[in-house]
Design a binder for this molecule. Structure first.
Ligand code: FES
Length: 159
């Protein structure tokens, strides 16, 4: 994250977000970041720098929190989020074939968003539903006992 980047985001939105947090401290950081992501759709680096300036919370601390929690995104996110499990239970049931099939269908690999902003593709260590292995999630929907041949039909249902 380049916190030295020139400002281009709408900072008026940020002022509104920070207003309820008159004396922001460390415990306010996660709710502030959640609100920023809700309003901007992601966490723009220039906005995070401004948060640091306005709250006095060091940029390094903000960056540490943002990169620790999977819920936070430093880049614009697609309308739909695909999470493909790369954990052991899924891996031994050919989970990597799902990753390949999704990458082929989207034209982008894990960690990327399609150019049309339709999908963001992520892989995760475990979706907590190993009994469904191999499994993916699209938004809040689980697709378990999956094979690569079903990927196209599933993803086409998300416009
Ligand atoms: S290892 Fe895939 S859901 Fe747990």
């Amino acid at each position: 994250m380049d916190l030295g980047k020139e400002s281009s985001s709408d900072m008026a939105l940020l002022d509104g977000i920070l207003t309820p947090f008159q004396i922001a401290n460390d415990s306010d950081l996660i709710p502030i970041l959640q609100q920023i992501q809700k309003e901007y759709g992601y966490l723009p680096p220039d906005v995070l720098l401004e948060v640091s300036k306005k709250t006095g919370i060091p940029a390094s601390r903000i960056y540490g929190v943002v990169t620790f929690y999977e819920q936070f995104h430093l880049e614009p996110h697609g309308r739909h989020t695909i999470r493909c499990c790369r954990g052991t239970a899924c891996h031994v049931k050919n989970g990597s074939e799902l990753i390949d099939a999704i990458s082929r269908y989207l034209g982008v690999g894990p960690g990327k968003t399609t150019e049309d902003m339709r999908f963001t593709f992520e892989t995760v260590a475990c979706l907590g539903t190993c009994f469904l292995a191999p499994v993916i999630m699209v938004n809040n929907d689980y697709y378990g006992h999956l094979s690569a041949s079903k990927i196209k039909d599933i993803l086409e249902s998300y416009s």
